[in-house]
Design a protein. Structure first.
Length: 159
């Protein structure tokens, strides 16, 4: 099965949020109760798509495709040395899509002179990031844009 990682197109905001929401609902539900899951997902509306595509943090956004089918997304914020996002559709979990996204984000970070990446990961994603060499820095809550407090793990890795 062919796997490619490419840049997110300006026209793919709905795809991006769809993958994020599908991953949250399908993969994080084992670690979070339904009310936190629903507080975490981003409703796909004209406003949320406009905000996403304005890209105020200048994220570098990627899409992983397996045999031409969008399977995951990733995002890097260079100015913050932050691996901002890595979400994979449940149907493509554990097929190498997430690892490929992180590898490309790390490559792009190194290319831009970064020597370390930090992230705030969900509890269900901690083993994934640990397997890729990230280490736990602290456990704390992330406050989502709707005010919901989500237990998370802050991790880091030297590149």
């Amino acid at each position: 099965m062919a796997l490619i990682v490419r840049r997110l197109l300006d026209s793919e905001g709905e795809l991006y949020l769809g993958i994020v929401n599908g991953a949250i609902r399908g993969l994080a539900a084992t670690h979070y109760p339904p009310d936190l899951i629903e507080g975490w997902v981003v409703p796909i509306t004209g406003d949320s798509l406009r905000e996403l595509m304005q890209n105020a943090d200048r994220e570098i956004r990627l899409v992983a495709e397996r045999d031409g089918v969008p399977a995951g997304i990733g995002a890097l914020v260079v100015e913050r040395s932050e691996l901002r996002a890595c979400y994979v559709s449940p149907a493509f979990a554990r097929t190498g899509c997430g690892s490929a996204l992180v590898a490309e984000l790390e490559r792009l970070a190194r290319e831009r002179g970064l020597t370390r990446l930090e992230l705030s990961g969900s509890l269900n994603a901690e083993p994934f990031y640990t397997a890729l060499g990230y280490q736990v820095r602290e456990r704390s809550d992330v406050v989502l844009r709707n005010g919901v407090r989500l237990p998370a793990v802050r991790m880091e890795k030297d590149l």
